[in-house]
Design a protein around this ligand. Structure first.
Ligand code: AP5
Ligand code: MG
Length: 225
């Protein structure tokens, strides 16, 4: 585990299917700070049929972004929890420049912020996403093509059953990619303008290679902090 003196905020940027969730889980263990995926938080609201879940469903099912004010409220509730005192890993947030500006206002001044962009061309993404499966119980991610479970449909870690996300259908994935290019890509530019904050990594490598690059980016920032 890295020795962190000030709160550490790690922001994972990248298109749908780039590997944000895949690498956020082991990174969370490595750094000892929680993994916060706004997509996972919304899916929990959908499962629990909360008022927020009912509003968010139409946006998520259409591959559109949920309106900023709903995302910001949900995230503020989550980061207020005590496990976030030493920092957290953000996966799928910020997704608009307005969200990035709102985050800047919220994080303590002495925090160390690392933005890591998972760079990968679109042509690899649909294939990755249509073959993704996740465990209903523990959230572990699999891929029937690239990282299958030992036993089809069963989680290797907790024996939970695996499922496919409702928004992982090809026509919705293409919409999510379009939304990514128009609304989320400017966020990369936003962080590139902040001295030394943005790290570009090649997300096309093997999972082991990509994770090594994620760790290097974190270590580089820690040395500079
Ligand atoms: P969200 O859940 O955030 O989805 P996403 O951004 O579309 O990203 P994904 O989860 O699809 O991809 P990932 O990068 O996590 O890839 P993964 O690691 O799983 O958001 C869903 C929806 O919620 C949005 O569309 C929106 O409606 C709403 N929402 C969420 N946040 C919002 C926000 N801030 N504002 C507004 N709306 C918001 O990997 C994919 C697959 O590839 C896996 O099967 C994995 O095993 C495999 N894989 C990963 N790495 C590799 C590798 N190196 N080699 C081979 N296979 C690999
Ligand atoms: Mg994800």
């Amino acid at each position: 585990m890295l020795a962190i003196e000030t709160p550490l905020i790690v922001i994972l940027l990248g298109p749908p299917g780039a590997g944000k969730g895949t690498h956020a889980a082991p990174l969370s263990q490595h750094l000892g700070v929680p993994h916060i995926s706004t997509g996972d938080l919304f899916r929990e609201h959908l499962r629990n049929k909360t008022p927020l879940g009912n509003v968010a469903r139409s946006f998520i099912d259409a591959g559109q972004l949920v309106p900023d004010h709903l995302v910001l409220e949900m995230l503020a509730d989550r980061v207020r929890q005590s496990d976030c005192a030493r920092g957290y890993i953000l996966d799928g947030f910020p997704r608009t420049v307005d969200q990035a500006e709102a985050l800047d206002k919220q994080i303590a001044e002495q925090s160390t912020v690392i933005a890591i962009n998972f760079d990968i061309p679109d042509r690899y993404l649909v294939e990755r996403i249509v073959s993704r499966q996740a465990c209903k119980q523990c959230g572990q991610l699999y891929n029937t093509q690239f990282a299958p479970p030992a036993q089809s449909g069963i989680c290797d870690h907790c024996a939970g059953s695996l499922y496919q996300r409702d928004d992982d259908k090809e026509e919705i994935i293409l919409k999510r990619l379009e939304v990514y290019h128009t609304q989320t890509k400017p966020v990369i530019e936003y962080y590139s303008q902040k001295q030394g904050m943005l790290h570009q990594i090649n997300a096309r490598g093997t999972k082991t290679q990509v994770f090594q690059d994620v760790l290097k980016a974190c270590e580089k920032t820690q040395v500079m902090a």
